[in-house]
Design a binder for this molecule. Structure first.
Ligand SMILES: Cc1ncc(COP(=O)(O)O)c(C=O)c1O
Length: 370
């Protein structure tokens, strides 16, 4: 990568993370040590959630959360087709069926009226996604009286209109800590929970189905290896300490983008915070003006040393979902329209205003609006 290239994402790590990792290495306790519980307690406290269980990824957290609310063979789970594929895959892991419904064109989160219309006798749970960090309307979904698992993988720092942090409503909510996320442990995840019984089940199933007080080779249920290492927990604890600063920096970069991109005609920007809803900034995605050539725009940005990518593709149109469930274009028009036009631009907390300006100028030029 040339020095002037602007990457899509870049984690913010420092001496605290280095010190934490070194201390773990020196302790010789690399997994299932004291930092696991500490990271869980501090994360839960930070959000105002009752419990938290650390896991190896957002995907494994979603999988265990679905099992905790008893989704199994032949059930249906209503979810969004505009998400990272993992939120639908975990439903299929349990031999249940993802029932997709369309999204709201402004917030890009699941359309709650479409959810209500899709509820049927086999509906076992709802899996809304706080996509791009926007808090989905969980209060509206709560009125349907079904178990809810929240995909909050992109939404650390988001707040609902009633002032409750995303992840603190009591439903299992899952956060992800991949390197591009608001908080990273390299790979990792956290499930926040209101129900102590859910925590017991998740803690056991992430560790091969072992009960906490059991002999280490005795297992009373089916489980997985979805553990988070002490090294990852040390990084997570250091990241948690600097989380306020990192979230504020992301919000600052987003505001700079908002100003720099506003003059580009036809370009659709992420919806601003309103009515008490606060976005937890994860990516900065724009929808290109109708009729523009997305591939050519991305190529043109790359020639100017700027990384970008189409984000996100519609899940129901991916080959596996078409072939397995018979999905076809046209089923979810809002999702398909956004998926065809959306582009993620470089976005990370240490991004400077000069870099934001360079991206905005390059995008305007690529779209022929310079
Ligand atoms: C919306 C969404 N769901 C689930 C995941 C899965 O998280 P992980 O990659 O940690 O398994 C991600 C992460 O990229 C995500 O963005």
């Amino acid at each position: 990568m040339s020095p002037e290239e602007i990457p899509l994402a870049r984690p913010l790590l420092g001496e605290a993370e280095e010190r934490g990792v070194l201390a773990v290495l020196r302790s010789g306790r690399l997994s299932l040590g004291p930092l696991l519980g500490e990271f869980e307690r501090r994360f839960a406290a930070r959000l105002g959630a009752r419990h938290a269980s650390a896991v190896s990824s957002g995907t494994s957290g979603l999988h265990l959360a679905l099992r905790a609310v008893s989704v199994s063979d032949g059930a249906e789970v209503i979810t969004s087709p505009f998400s990272f594929v993992a939120s639908a895959n975990v439903i299929v892991y349990e031999r249940a069926r993802p029932v997709f419904v369309d999204i709201d064109p402004r917030t890009l989160t699941i359309d709650t009226e479409a959810v209500a219309a899709a509820v049927g006798p086999r509906t076992a749970a709802l899996l809304p996604v706080h996509i791009f960090g926007w808090p989905a309307d969980i209060a509206a979904l709560e009125r349907l009286n079904l178990p809810i698992v929240e995909d909050a993988c992109e939404a650390l720092g988001a707040v609902h209109s009633d002032g409750v942090a995303v992840g603190a409503r009591g439903h299992p909510a899952v956060f992800a800590f991949y390197a591009n996320k608001q908080l990273t442990t390299g790979e990792g995840g956290m499930v926040t929970l209101g129900d102590a019984a859910h925590k017991v089940r998740i803690d056991s199933e992430r560790n091969q189905g072992r009960a906490p007080d059991m002999d280490w080779l005795d297992h009373d249920r089916l489980g997985f290896n979805y553990r988070l290492s002490e090294i990852a927990c040390a990084i997570g604890l250091a990241q948690l300490e600097r989380l306020d600063g990192m979230l504020a920096a992301r919000a600052r970069v987003a505001a700079a983008y908002g100003e720099a991109l506003a003059p580009i005609e036809g370009l659709e920007l992420p919806c601003p915070d309103e009515g008490g809803n606060v976005r937890g900034w994860f990516v900065y995605t724009v929808s290109l003006p109708r009729g523009s050539d997305r591939d050519a725009t991305i190529r043109s940005l790359r020639e100017r040393g700027i990384q970008s990518k189409p984000y996100l593709p519609a899940i129901h149109l991916m080959s596996y979902y078409r072939e397995t469930f018979g999905h076809r274009p046209g089923e979810f028009p809002v999702c398909e329209d956004v998926a065809a036009r959306s582009v993620a631009l470089p976005f990370y907390p240490q991004m400077g205003e000069g870099e934001v300006a360079r991206v905005a100028e390059a995008l305007a030029a690529a779209l022929g609006r310079a």
